[in-house]
Design a protein around this ligand. Structure first.
Ligand code: SF4
Length: 391
């Protein structure tokens, strides 16, 4: 359908959204019948933390927009949030710093996303659970058996392949991380990689990578949803689970396994310093007058033009700020192997890496933004197709 014929185009889009809404309502009815009972009262918890009904309504608007859905989906987003604790989750840790869990759990000013993460039904999480040794292993086996085909496997950390995987062993039986990942992932409804270590290898896989660390997909050959970032934004994780609850399907992904709704555009496209980039107004030295004026950080090594993520749109700590806003350039942490490919972090990339010059930076943006727009259209269609297949 050509966009030129506006009213026909609008009608087609409206029809697709109506179909998607119907599918969403049917799926949510199924969720009510099939998933375990809710263990948490979300609204009670929100009240306890000082968040009002109005805060929750405001959050549903923001999350609906972040998920690139029209406002008619707001009640469904609210319903999915209330059912958030009904999805069983098994959370595995491999080669990483636990920074992703820490970032999600240690918010000073918890917002709805943080509280949703508190309600999550964690059947197994090595950092948070009290059990250890044999008891922990039994807990894991029980969760995988009891919720086979229904639980989400969340993986934090890369997997070392060196020494037949023995650089990382777990539990009293000394299983390798690769063995555990294969056993658990094969029984999960979906595998979500939290952070760039599990998504792409990241810092544990950085040059010279003595343990031969890689991301989960490469290590065990399963499809993964990659919530990239070091650490990622909690919104991108909660939004992905909400999408799964609403549609029974994972959101459309880009060619690196990242949800298009969250990683479909560049940091550069959401950046409040962008007018300064376009006007060639750059910070030349930390603390200079242009830094005080909030000019563009490209010459100080900002990798925003090469990095796909919504940090500038959803921000961190309840939407208060994000790195570029607080004065530090983007380090490209949502891109594969950023520690090596985005170096040096304090300087622009050498021209040879991306073809050279600021003109090329803009051309990359135009080409890839076009790809992202196509992905957004696929979001609705993909969900609908999967639903028909499910039935
Ligand atoms: S280069 Fe960095 S600071 Fe400058 S506009 Fe792009 S993202 Fe913002």
């Amino acid at each position: 359908m050509a966009k030129g014929n506006n009213s026909e185009y609008r009608k087609t889009i409206d029809k697709q959204y109506k179909e998607l809404m119907k599918h969403c309502q049917l799926h949510m009815e199924q969720v009510e019948k099939t998933l375990p009972e809710s263990k948490e009262d979300l609204h009670g918890l929100l009240k306890e933390r000082g968040l009002t009904r109005r805060d929750f309504v405001k959050w549903t608007s923001v999350m609906t927009a972040a998920l690139m859905l029209p406002p008619i989906f707001k009640p469904m987003v609210a319903k999915a949030a209330e059912n958030f604790s009904r999805i069983p989750v098994v959370w595995l840790h491999f080669a990483e710093c636990t920074g992703c869990s820490e970032a999600f759990l240690r918010s000073s000013y918890p917002n709805v996303d943080d509280i949703l993460l508190e309600t999550i039904s964690l059947e197994y999480h090595e950092t948070l659970m009290a059990a250890s040794g044999y008891q922990a292993e039994q807990n894991l086996e029980k969760a995988v058996k009891d919720f086979a085909g229904k639980f989400i496997c969340v993986i934090e950390g890369a997997l070392p392949r060196g020494l037949d995987g023995k650089y990382l062993t777990l539990g009293p039986k000394g299983k390798t991380g690769i063995e555990v990942a294969k056993e658990v992932a094969s029984k999960a409804a979906a595998v979500i990689c939290i952070g760039s270590c599990s998504a792409f290898g990241n810092i544990p896989a950085a040059d010279p990578n003595p343990t031969d660390c890689v991301g989960i997909k490469k290590a065990i050959g399963v499809s993964t949803v990659n919530i990239a970032g070091c650490p990622p934004n909690a919104v991108n994780f909660t939004g992905t689970i909400l999408h799964y609850l609403m549609f029974g399907a994972l959101p459309a992904l880009d060619n690196l396994g990242r949800p298009v709704w969250a990683y479909g555009k560049r940091i550069h496209d959401y950046c409040e310093r962008r007018p300064h980039y376009d006007a060639s107004e750059f910070v030349e030295e930390w603390g200079d007058e242009s830094a005080l004026k909030g000019w563009c950080l490209y010459k100080m090594g900002c990798k925003g033009p090469y990095t796909y993520a919504n940090c500038g749109k959803v921000r961190f700590n309840g939407g208060i700020s994000w790195p570029v806003m607080s004065g530090h350039g983007c380090i490209g942490c949502t891109e594969p192997d950023f520690w090596d490919t985005m170096a040096p972090l304090e300087k622009p990339l050498p021209d040879k890496t991306y073809g050279g010059g600021e003109k090329t930076v803009d051309n990359i943006g135009i080409a890839l933004t076009g790809i992202a727009a196509a992905g957004i259209a696929a979001h609705a269609v993909a969900s609908g197709i999967r639903h028909k297949g499910d039935k």
